[in-house]
Write a protein that binds this ligand. Structure first.
Ligand code: 0RA
Length: 674
């Protein structure tokens, strides 16, 4: 998203008289506030622009945009924390649908704003686009802004039916409110002393309460607790020592949560590794400052085989598409580790260099950069484009990682040995892959047990991956041969979470899958070549079926991620119950559906459908395969970090965290009943 420039700001008339820098008495604030009508009109035009095209400012008016409002307010508080003035941010989801964000920062300044006099700074922050913390100039310490896209709290005001602001500064509490998208309701005034804590010090900080406008957010104005929790946890990791608390007044039975990590990025790495077996118990860490930019990196290795454990952020925003900071880190990591391995004679003269992916195997790293004007590029605007960041990160990594390796010979040794094994595995995998490719080219292109569809148009072609040969047979009879292909999978496929790549390419079930899809695998995977745009996993509703689904999903996520990201992967939902209704049968997908049916047909009797194997072709067609009648569940990836965590827990080594996860998420069908 390009940053929209504020019209109201630049065109606002300069005040004739010289406004004092700050006015602290209640009377004078009230006096100036009453006469701000001319500026007020300018200001409202600015906010009106936001209401006309909200998407330009917050991305969308769907759930993401709605949550963006919270990020915008919270980011201002995080800015305060980064400037060293705020240690606690409390967010409360109010029973009436509003949100309250309380911080213990300096409080938005309440004096008259030098440029927008007679408006006070607080009024400017709430009503002028982009005013944010920028006007503070150098002495405010706002060189680096964490603001999501830096649009500011005024955008929240523009898109809310009501906003209330409380500011505690220098022992006095100030209050103002707005309505209908930013019209002043009560202008800024002092309302009394700030409340004091037990030791007598007055509270300091800003409270913003807002109620999103349902005429703007037509899909609804209900905040998702989980979304907020995940983001606050990430922000807490990225800002060591800063505490986030989340309260939910909308329901009685939810617990308050709080996040605070004094170890910052180190704790983040430890957290991501917690479901994995660590290669050693040390987390590397370094920081570096450049011209108006800073980088902080923490890293460690686990014994696993994934090489996608690097996560990066710019100004607290997840850069899932990578960018200059990641590029700098990856190349400096590869260079530095190779130099180290050679200097220690772990790599001999004749040996090939370790590849980046060899070194990154099992690595978990967090790269966090802060800079004045981040350029977000790429399809989802989550790729950092600032070239200067690459040199800073490269320099930092070259110097400080080399130092770390020298200072940690034991850990460095374990890591290099692992990378050398990864290199061997990679070469073996390459050979295995060539064999797979050859067999794919040599006419034996499609696996023998695939019953392909007639259509060669991927848009209308579906591939059912069916558990077991007998169910596969039924599915073949039940399908529409024009558009539906069937690939039976025997038993349980290899758990790719716990296998080195070379084993993956020797597994016959996996080879059939790769051949059937025809789009390659891993780094070579090419979504354009996918032969089907619906891949439907069809397994029983029981524990075994659930395990097979998870194994398949792990495989798709690790080895064919674009397929999942494109939304091509689905889970079929065969019904659990049937009931005879006269001459025809009614199918009911789960317990709630059965209960609802029973409520309407009290005499109905139900048969529990045990497995796919027990259905005949026409039953399977009616319940699961016919596009008109079936229900499919589309598989989506939330954030890569989250998905990574979940798969590591579900499929990885650590039994304890798997148990804990299953207990904690027993009622969350997204994870268990997939
Ligand atoms: C402008 C300048 C300063 C702080 C802020 C705005 C500020 C904004 C928000 C929004 C939510 N919480 C906030 N906290 C602070 C600098 C303050 C100074 O120089 O004293």
């Amino acid at each position: 998203m390009t940053s929209p420039e504020s019209e109201a700001g630049s065109d606002a008339p300069e005040s004739e008289q010289n406004a004092p820098e700050s006015i602290e008495s209640a009377e004078s604030i009230a006096a100036v506030s009453e006469e701000y009508s001319a500026e007020n009109i300018q200001v409202l035009e600015g906010l009106e622009a936001v209401r006309k095209r909200p998407g330009m400012y917050i991305g969308s008016t769907g759930p993401l945009g709605l949550h963006h409002l919270v990020w915008e307010v919270v980011d201002n508080a995080v800015d305060e924390a980064m400037a060293g003035h705020c240690s606690l941010i409390e967010v409360r989801l109010l029973a009436d649908g509003g949100v309250e964000v309380i911080d213990d920062g300096r409080g938005i300044p309440v004096g008259v704003h030098p440029k927008f006099a007679p408006l006070t700074a607080a009024e400017v922050v709430l009503t002028v686009l982009h005013a944010g913390g920028k006007f503070g100039g150098d002495e405010s310490g706002y060189k680096v802004s964490g603001g999501l896209h830096g649009v500011g709290v005024s955008v929240v005001n523009a898109l809310s039916t009501r906003v209330e602001v409380e500011i505690d500064r220098e022992g006095r509490r100030h209050y103002m409110s707005f309505k209908d998208g930013g019209s002043p309701d009560e202008t800024l005034r002092e309302v009394g002393p700030s409340p004091t804590s037990d030791d007598g010090t007055p509270h300091r900080g800003t409270t913003v309460r807002f109620w999103p406008d349902p005429t703007i957010f037509k899909e609804g104005v209900v905040f998702t607790r989980k979304t907020l929790m995940e983001r606050f946890q990430t922000m807490a990791f990225l800002n060591a020592g800063l505490e986030f608390r989340l309260y939910d007044d909308r329901a009685d039975d939810v617990e308050d949560v709080s996040f605070r990590y004094d170890g910052g990025l180190r704790d983040f790495v430890r957290h991501l590794n917690s479901a994995k077996e660590e290669l050693f118990d040390v987390i590397g860490h370094f920081t570096e400052r450049g011209d108006g930019e800073e980088v902080e990196i923490a890293f460690s290795w686990n014994t696993g085989f994934q090489s996608d454990g690097i996560h990066s952020f710019a100004n607290g925003i997840s850069t899932t598409e990578g960018g200059m900071h990641e590029e700098g880190f990856r190349s400096a990591l590869t260079g530095t580790v190779n130099r180290y391995a050679r200097s220690r004679n772990k790599l001999k003269e004749k040996d090939d260099n370790l590849a980046g992916e060899d070194i990154r195997e099992g690595m978990t790293a967090i790269i966090s950069v802060r800079l004045g004007e981040p350029q977000f590029e790429g399809q989802t605007k989550s790729k950092l484009g600032n070239v200067s960041v690459r040199s800073l990160v490269t320099k930092a990594t070259n110097e400080k990682l080399a130092e770390w390796l020298e200072e940690h010979p034991k850990e460095a040794g374990l890591m290099v040995d692992k990378a050398i094994q990864a290199q061997r595995g990679r070469i073996a995998a390459m050979k295995a892959r060539q064999t797979v490719r050859k067999s794919a080219l040599s006419g034996a292109g499609l696996p023998g047990k695939l019953a392909d569809c007639q259509s060669k148009n991927p848009h209308e072609s579906e591939l059912f991956i069916v558990e077991g040969n007998s169910a596969g047979g039924t599915a073949k009879d039940a399908r529409d041969p024009y558009s539906q292909a069937i690939l039976p999978i025997r038993g349980k496929i290899l758990n790719v979470e716990r296998a080195r790549p070379d084993r993956i390419f020797k597994n016959t079930e996996i080879i059939s899958l790769i051949q059937a899809l025809g789009a390659g695998i891993g780094e070579d995977f090419d979504l354009e070549k996918a032969r089907y745009h619906k891949i439907i996993l069809l397994a029983d509703a029981d524990v075994d079926g659930s395990h097979i689904r998870t194994l398949l999903l792990t495989f798709f996520f690790r080895q064919m991620r674009p397929l999942v990201e494109a939304g091509f992967v689905y889970v079929a939902q065969p019904p659990l119950y049937s009931s005879q209704a006269g001459r025809s049968k009614v199918y009911l997908k789960d317990d709630p559906a059965r209960d609802a049916y029973k409520a309407e047909n009290p005499k109905a009797e139900f048969a529990r459908l045990k497995g796919l194997g027990e259905m005949d072709a026409s039953e399977l067609q009616d319940t699961t395969m016919d596009p008109e009648l079936r229900t499919l569940l589309q598989v989506t990836v939330e954030t890569a970090v989250k998905a990574d965590e979940i798969f590591a827990i579900l499929m990885g080594e650590d039994v304890e965290s798997r148990k804990a996860f299953i207990q904690n998420n027993a009622d969350d069908v997204r994870f268990l009943d997939i």
